[in-house]
Design a protein around this ligand. Structure first.
Ligand SMILES: CC(C)(COP(=O)(O)OP(=O)(O)OC[C@H]1O[C@@H](n2cnc3c(N)ncnc32)[C@H](O)[C@@H]1OP(=O)(O)O)[C@@H](O)C(=O)NCCC(=O)NCCS
Length: 177
């Protein structure tokens, strides 16, 4: 469990299967810009939650234990890791996204031999871009028509934060290593 002030991140496991499937399959949680993923069966969901070789899914929880979103890290290669995240619409704008990203950055830089964390977002997704910049990511550039989203080829904005820009943990102590 990665403990923040108002949220924590719980590594998803079998007991989170119902929440994970509902969240994944509910289009309301994708916002206006995210690619709509294929509907997921419980069998596929269990594979994703129990096999961390492709990706590790964390449930974003409020301090009272209520599940409010997902944050995932995947694609570790050449010292780099990619993250993705979403929070249920009724909980937007309350600071949970900021805390979830800070927790994930602390966790990744404290526990993995990586020197950068990256994230991609739709050019229109200003909230996500603001959030990334708020926690220290820098915009790297745009790849043109590189993502097929909701029936259209869309540009993607690329963001990253380097270990030296992260500097030190904001929410986790080094005991989390
Ligand atoms: C992006 C997302 C995770 C942000 O989560 P959140 O919990 O609302 O974020 P926070 O409450 O920590 O807010 C972060 C910043 O964004 C701002 N913000 C949040 N919602 C906003 C909105 N609807 N309009 C304008 N600004 C907004 C906040 O004011 C805050 O900035 P500030 O501290 O300078 O005031 C959430 O909007 C989401 O899940 N969207 C749908 C899925 C998605 O787009 N995921 C990202 C894919 S790249």
């Amino acid at each position: 469990m990665l403990e923040g002030k108002n949220t924590h991140l719980k590594l998803g496991d079998k007991e989170d299967l119902d929440f994970f499937v509902d969240f994944w399959n509910n289009l309301d949680y994708y916002g206006d810009y995210e690619p709509i993923m294929e509907q997921m069966t419980k069998v596929e969901a269990e594979k994703r939650l129990t096999d961390s070789s492709r990706a590790s899914y964390f449930i974003i929880q409020k301090k009272d234990g209520a599940n409010i979103g997902l944050i995932v890290h995947f694609g570790e290669s050449s010292g780099s890791m990619t993250i993705g995240y979403a929070i249920g619409p009724s909980e937007h704008g309350k600071g949970y996204g900021t805390e979830a990203l800070q927790l994930m950055l602390d966790y990744l830089f404290l526990s993995k031999e990586i020197h950068r964390v990256q994230a991609n977002t739709d050019p229109e997704n200003k909230v996500s871009q603001h959030l990334l910049e708020k926690v220290g990511f820098k915009r790297e550039g745009v790849s043109r028509k590189s993502s097929f989203v909701r029936g259209h080829w869309r540009d993607e904005c690329h963001y990253s934060i380097l270990r030296e820009e992260w500097k030190e943990p904001r929410l986790l102590s080094t005991r989390a290593r």
